[in-house]
Ligand binder design. Sequence first.
Ligand code: CA
Length: 229
Amino acid sequence: MSKILIIEDEEAIADLEKDYLELSDFQVNIENTGDKGLAEALANDYDLIILDLMLPGMDGFEVCKKIREQKNIPILMVSAKKDDIDKIRGLGLGADDYMTKPFSPSELVARVKAHMARYDRLVGSVSKTNDIVEIRGIKIDKTARRVWIDGEERAFTTKEFDLLTFLAENPNHVYTKEELFREIWEMDSIGDIATVTVHIKKIREKIEFDTSNPQYIETIWGVGYRFKV
Ligand code: CA
């Protein structure tokens, strides 16, 4: 569930905003001063902040600036005065949107949803950049060609990496040495298939806790290998 922080000193407005946002399945917290709002915004993970401009203590300008120094989440600024919006823009505080009071709660909800969708797209596209394969304690980043075993990075040669990734991406499937050789070395199986055995041994030394009792790449006697899940 997406979390929203409302920083607003007028209790009636804050409660109204909270009610409407909760009806749209958002989880909402309210802080009623700039200082408390800033502390809460920095201490917890919110998906969006609704920030009033005129607040007791630290005002909305300062709160916005300080949140922006540390976080990239959408900030929707709210003000009673139209002139303030020009001022917010002019200061370049990094607010994502501005609304003038009074506004309809449904318009607020619509804007909140639009900003979240936009932010999800941006953040989502970043996290999807790398193609990750994760099986039990093994994490393979195919894009960066890096491998972690129980959180610890290990170095693999190109062919070791390709072989491990191929097996991990096709778990529970038994491959013969010939099939693996063709798959990874991309030649007809005229080459030396013993190279597969050598590579499996090297991979096991890097991923297995006990190479005599492998937990990941299993030997199927007389057939080949299988990645266990
Ligand atoms: Ca206020």
